[in-house]
Design a protein around this ligand. Structure first.
Ligand SMILES: Nc1ncnc2c1ncn2[C@@H]1O[C@H](COP(=O)(O)OP(=O)(O)O)[C@@H](O)[C@H]1O
Ligand SMILES: [Mg+2]
Length: 413
C-alpha cells in the first residue's frame, strides 16, 4: 500500500519545512503548496488523502480554499484541517468548521499533539463515511445555493473585518508607541543641542576671561620683573661671575615666561573677524601665531574674498584657531597649511599639518560618541553642525587634515 499522502499549505517557508519534517518523519508522504490556489491545482492533479492548511495567505486564503475544496466533487470527501496562528478567535473556529473543515488547530501545537490529531482524523476517515451533516455549507441541498452563497460571504466578510480591526488596533498602538519614542528622542536631542550651545558660549567666555587675566596681571608682572632684573644687572658691575650668569639666565627666563603668557593669552582669545572680515582676521591671527610659536603657516585665501555670513565667518575662524592650537600642542609639526575655498554654495576650509597624527583609534571613539559634549574637536563639530555644515578629519603618520564644509545660504534679495 502506498504511503498516506498529505498536502500542506502555508505561505511561510519555515512553517512548511517544520511540517514537512514532522509529517515526513512519521511516515507520511508530504506535498507542499504556498497558497490556496496552488493547493487546489495540485490537489486536482493528484488528490491527497488529507489537507492541512494555514489561513492567512496571499492569492487565496485558507477559508476560500476550504470553501472551494468542499464544493469540488472530487475533493470534498478528503478531510480538511486548518492550522492557523492568526485566526484564533472562537468565532473564527466556528466559521472554519461551518465551511466543512474536520479540524481547527491553533499554532504552534506540540508536535506529539499535532501528530495524534492527524492520526485521529485519519482513523475517522477509515471508518465507513457518516451520513452528510445537513448544516455544513458543502452539504446543503443544491436548491439553496444563492442563500447559502450569501451567508458564506457575509460570514467570511465578518471574519476578515474582525481580523483587520484587530490588526489596525495593533498598528495604531505600535504607531502611538513610536510617536512617543520619537517625541522623547527629539526632546533629548534638543536639550543636548541647547546644552552644547551653552557650553560653547561658556567656553568662549571663560577663555576670554583667562586671556584677559593673563594679559593684564601675570604678563604685566613678568614684564616688570624683567625690567627690574635689567636694572639690577646694569647697576651691579662688581657681582661675581656666577651671580652674573644667574642674573642673565633669570632675565631670559622672565622674558620667555612673559612671551609664553602673552602667546597663550593671544591663542586663547585672538581678535575676532567682526569688522575686518575673515580674510584679514586670519592673516592677522596667523602672523601672531607664527611669531609666537615658530610654526610656519601657509595661508591660501581666494584673492577677492567677499564677506561671508557672520556666523559662518566666526565658526570657520574658530576651526583655524582650534586647529592651529592642536597643531602646536599635539602634532609636533613645524609647518601647517590653512586654505579657504569659496564656491557659490559652500565654503571649504582645510587646516593641515605634517605631524605625527592623532593617536590610533581616537577618531573612532569620538565618532562612536557622536553626540558628545565638549570642547576641542567636538566643539568645532558642534559649531559647524549648528550651521548645517560638516567637519571631516583625516589623520595618519604623515599628518592631520581637518576639512570644514559650510553651506552658504542664498542671501534673500
Ligand atoms: N593636529 C593634531 N595632531 C596630532 N594629534 C592631534 C591633533 N589634533 C588633535 N589631536 C589629538 O586629538 C585629541 C583631542 O583634541 P581636542 O578635541 O582638540 O582636545 P585637546 O586639544 O583639548 O586635547 C588631542 O588630545 C590629541 O591627542
Ligand atoms: Mg584642542
Amino acid at each position: 500500500m502506498s504511503a498516506f499522502h498529505i498536502l500542506i499549505v502555508d505561505d511561510n517557508e519555515p512553517n512548511l519545512y517544520q511540517l514537512q519534517v514532522l509529517l515526513g518523519g512519521s511516515g507520511y508522504q508530504v506535498v507542499a503548496a504556498v497558497n490556496g490556489a496552488e493547493a487546489l491545482t495540485k490537489a486536482r492533479q493528484n488528490p491527497p488523502d488529507l489537507v492541512i492548511s494555514d489561513i492567512l495567505m496571499p492569492v487565496m486564503d485558507g477559508f476560500t480554499l476550504c470553501r472551494e475544496w468542499k464544493k469540488d466533487e472530487r475533493l470534498r470527501q478528503i478531510p480538511f484541517v486548518f492550522y492557523t496562528a492568526t485566526y484564533t478567535d472562537e468565532r473564527d473556529r466556528e466559521f472554519a468548521l461551518s465551511l466543512g473543515a474536520e479540524r481547527f488547530l491553533v499554532k504552534p501545537e506540540e508536535p506529539e499533539v499535532f501528530i495524534l490529531t492527524i492520526r485521529e482524523v485519519i482513523q475517522q476517515l477509515q471508518r465507513p463515511p457518516a451520513p452528510l451533516a445537513a448544516n455544513t455549507p458543502a452539504r446543503l441541498p443544491m436548491e439553496e445555493p444563492l442563500r447559502e452563497e450569501f451567508g458564506y460571504l457575509s460570514q467570511y466578510n465578518e471574519v476578515l473585518i474582525r481580523k483587520l480591526e484587530a490588526k489596525m488596533q495593533q498598528l495604531e498602538e505600535a504607531n502611538r508607541e513610536l510617536e512617543r519614542d520619537i517625541t522623547e528622542r527629539k526632546r533629548a536631542e534638543a536639550a543636548l543641542r541647547q546644552m552644547s550651545r551653552r557650553l560653547l558660549r561658556l567656553q568662549d567666555e571663560e577663555r576670554r576671561r583667562i586671556a584677559r587675566e593673563l594679559h593684564d596681571t601675570t604678563a604685566q608682572s613678568l614684564a616688570a620683573l624683567a625690567i627690574n632684573l635689567n636694572v639690577v644687572k646694569d647697576s651691579a658691575p662688581d657681582l661675581s661671575a656666577r651671580a652674573r650668569a644667574c642674573l642673565s639666565e633669570s632675565l631670559e627666563l622672565a622674558e620667555e615666561c612673559s612671551r609664553e603668557v602673552r602667546s597663550v593669552s593671544y591663542l586663547l582669545h585672538p581678535p575676532l573677524p567682526d569688522e575686518a572680515g575673515l580674510g584679514s582676521a586670519l592673516r592677522w591671527f596667523i602672523d601672531g601665531y607664527t611669531q609666537r610659536t615658530g610654526i610656519h603657516v601657509d595661508l591660501e585665501i581666494p584673492p577677492g574674498l567677499t564677506r561671508l555670513p557672520g556666523d559662518v565667518e566666526l565658526a570657520l575662524y574658530r576651526v583655524v584657531q582650534e586647529g592651529l592650537t592642536n597643531i602646536r600642542l599635539h602634532s609636533g609639526s613645524k609647518k601647517a597649511r590653512v586654505c579657504l575655498e569659496c564656491r557659490p554654495d559652500q565654503a571649504v576650509l582645510t587646516v593641515a599639518d605634517e605631524g605625527r597624527g592623532m593617536p590610533p583609534g581616537l577618531l573612532e571613539r569620538m565618532g562612536r560618541h557622536g553626540g558628545e559634549l565638549g570642547v576641542g574637536i567636538p566643539g568645532m563639530r558642534e559649531r559647524i553642525r549648528q550651521l548645517g555644515g560638516q567637519l571631516e578629519i583625516v589623520t595618519g603618520s604623515k599628518g592631520t587634515t581637518l576639512t570644514a564644509i559650510m553651506p552658504l545660504r542664498e542671501e534673500p534679495v
